[in-house]
Design a protein around this ligand. Structure first.
Ligand SMILES: *Cc1c(COP(=O)(O)O)cnc(C)c1O
Length: 415
């Protein structure tokens, strides 16, 4: 695809040959979305196109827009099918994932996950689900899919090619989340997707931690890549959104299912997400740098049992991370050696620069007590030590380290 998106009349460019940071700045900025027809020039960002009704010149045009062969994905039809603000964001996310045919947007990450699963599963099918999965995904399998006659079997995140032993004639899909967002196991994605391809099984991944910037899911054999855009894509803790990006074999099913469920994202939210996306690379590099520094620092502390960070050699699945990922983001966990629930609460309560709250991926640091023991079924979480999940934001990492240092001091004093 060659376009002139700069609006300065200079020759167009070839997206296939640009690197991710360049694509992040240019993707989705089509001239028809940033300019006015018949006028030279244009603005940098696509406008916020708010709409329900789309007006047609005449009845023939109205009929043409709803013709079954009309490509309604990026075509004026009705507000629910989107406007150029959302199309620009969807295009940009598709461009970030080589091998993708298209992207649909949803009002939350959970909506994206549930719609993607419903697009590929039907009653009688079996789903293989990673045991370290985000808890609401598990809830959807148990409370929605199971009563519909879709069986979910959970597997060890470190299973790799041994997943072959769980595949049956009714296995229709395998869901991955790598790393798991609480316990940070990195999966052997290529081993699992190679087996799935051989047997005609669809693979889906929750790629929220790495984003396509640090892990190209489709290039590693995955069919459907899901993001909670709420996290790093938006990056500012002010918008809920999800996306599903699919290869050609799965794209039309993903698109039609989202439309059947009436899923969409508001133009204002899409505009904010597009603004966030432009700085994704810069932010992720900074998150990576500070999180690594803090993870190494924690690793040396006597109060810390284990640091679960995919880039640390002892973290589960570290070898797969090293082989497959282009970097690490700002989210990781650690255990308090010989700690208990009260000590954990005291530690978190005494932090001054870390917010206490759900979600992550914004510019600010967060600390959260997490309890994987309660949500596992296929594997056990053996460490009795309490676990804390940190999101390392864009603050000065030395300030964060002194904050953690003082929290350890007050924790020791009281223990
Ligand atoms: C937050 C999160 C989701 C869900 O996203 P929402 O936008 O909050 O619905 C899904 N997967 C992972 C790994 C997440 O961290």
């Amino acid at each position: 695809m060659t376009q002139d998106n700069r609006g300065d009349g200079r020759p167009g460019r070839d997206e296939a040959q640009t690197r991710p940071d360049t694509r992040l700045t240019q993707a989705g900025r089509r001239p028809e979305w940033t300019g006015i027809a018949g006028q030279p020039g244009g603005v940098v960002n696509p406008a916020v196109w708010r709409a329900s009704t789309v007006l047609y010149d005449n009845v023939a045009h109205l009929y043409a827009a709803r013709a079954p062969d009309a490509d309604q994905s990026q075509h004026w039809f009705y507000g629910r099918k989107g406007t150029p603000t959302g199309w620009a964001l969807a295009d940009a996310l598709t461009e970030m994932e080589p091998g993708a045919a298209g992207t649909m947007l949803y009002p939350s990450g959970v909506a994206a996950i549930s719609c993607a699963l419903l697009a590929v599963l039907k009653p009688g099918d079996q789903l293989l689900m990673v045991d370290s999965v985000y808890d609401p995904t598990r809830a959807f399998c148990e409370k929605m899919l199971r009563p519909m006659g879709i069986d979910t079997v959970y597997y060890d995140p470190l299973i790799g090619a041994d997943i072959a032993g769980l595949i049956t004639a009714s296995t229709r899909a395998i869901f991955l989340e790598s790393p798991g967002s609480l316990t940070m196991e990195v999966q052997d994605v290529p081993a699992i997707t190679a087996l799935a391809r051989e047997r005609g099984i669809t693979t889906l991944i929750d790629n929220t931690w790495a984003t396509p910037y640090f892990f190209r899911a489709l290039s590693h054999g995955v069919d459907i890549a899901i993001l909670a855009c709420t996290k790093y894509i938006v990056g500012h803790s002010d918008v809920m959104m999800g996306s599903v990006t699919a290869n050609a074999a799965h794209w039309s099913k993903i698109q039609s299912t989202a439309w059947l469920f009436g899923q969409m994202s508001s133009p204002d939210d899409c505009w904010l997400a597009l603004r966030g996306l432009r700085t994704l690379g810069t932010r992720l590099h900074q998150h990576q740098h500070s999180a690594l520094k803090i993870a190494h620092w924690l690793n040396e502390r006597p109060e810390v049992g284990k640091v679960l960070h995919p880039a640390l050699p002892n973290s589960p699945g570290h070898e797969a991370w090293k082989r497959d990922f282009g970097g690490s983001s700002g989210l990781f966990s650690f255990t308090l050696r010989d700690g208990d629930e009260a000590m954990r609460s005291r530690f978190i309560d005494s932090l001054r620069h870390f917010g206490i709250g759900y979600s992550w991926g914004g510019f600010e640091s967060l600390a959260l007590p997490v309890d994987p023991k309660m949500i596992r079924t296929a594997t056990s979480w053996s460490t009795p030590d309490p676990l804390i999940r940190l999101h390392i934001g864009l603050e000065d990492s030395d300030d964060l380290i002194s904050d953690l240092d003082s929290a350890f001091l007050s924790y020791r004093k009281n223990s």
